[in-house]
Design a protein around this ligand. Structure first.
Ligand code: ZNH
Length: 141
């Protein structure tokens, strides 16, 4: 569980990252595709190579969805309901992949945030992304 202070920190961090959502999302996706090539199979209908338009647009969508969730963490199950359904029933994404993307996002943020990536920020982001991934995986049960 995130403390009140951690929730506040998470809100601030994602608010600050929203203007660079595209860059962050694209970087995290590229890391995921490079480190866990199996994840590319879900995107075989798209050109998601480095610098591609779809990599940026998809990366941006993901980060904006996360930033939206960060605004009120207590409401994650409500905010994410449409995305739960999309990933479980339409896209049929194996839920283990959510953890892989979360990990890659954490690394991306470590690169982007510089000194802002304190041990406290690291811990809070890690907890938040784990909670986020767990909610996304709920519909699979
Ligand atoms: Zn996902 C889609 C988010 C993860 C795969 N996604 C999507 C979208 C969003 C998202 C927002 C869009 C929708 C619309 O358009 O309506 N995701 C997300 C998030 C996450 C995710 C937030 C986490 C954190 N995904 C994921 C993973 C994977 C995926 C892990 C795999 C590997 N998605 C996907 C796909 C899609 C999506 C395939 C579709 C794309 C197109 O365009 O086609």
């Amino acid at each position: 569980m995130l403390s009140k202070k951690e929730k506040q920190l998470i809100r601030e961090i994602w608010e600050r990252l929203t203007p660079v959502a595209e860059d962050i999302g694209a970087d995290a996706l590229l890391r995921m595709f490079a480190s866990y090539p199996g994840t590319k199979t879900y995107f075989s209908h798209l050109d998601i190579g480095p610098g591609s338009a779809h990599l940026s647009s998809h990366g941006k969508k993901i980060v904006l969805a996360i930033a939206e969730g960060a605004k009120d963490i207590s409401q994650l199950t409500v905010t994410l309901a449409p995305l739960q359904t999309l990933h479980a029933y339409q896209l049929r994404i194996d839920p283990t992949n959510f953890k892989l993307l979360s990990h890659c996002l954490l690394v991306t943020l470590a690169c982007f945030m510089g000194e802002g990536f304190t041990p406290e920020a690291h811990a809070a982001i890690d907890k938040f992304l784990s909670a986020f991934a767990a909610v996304l995986a709920e519909k699979y049960r």
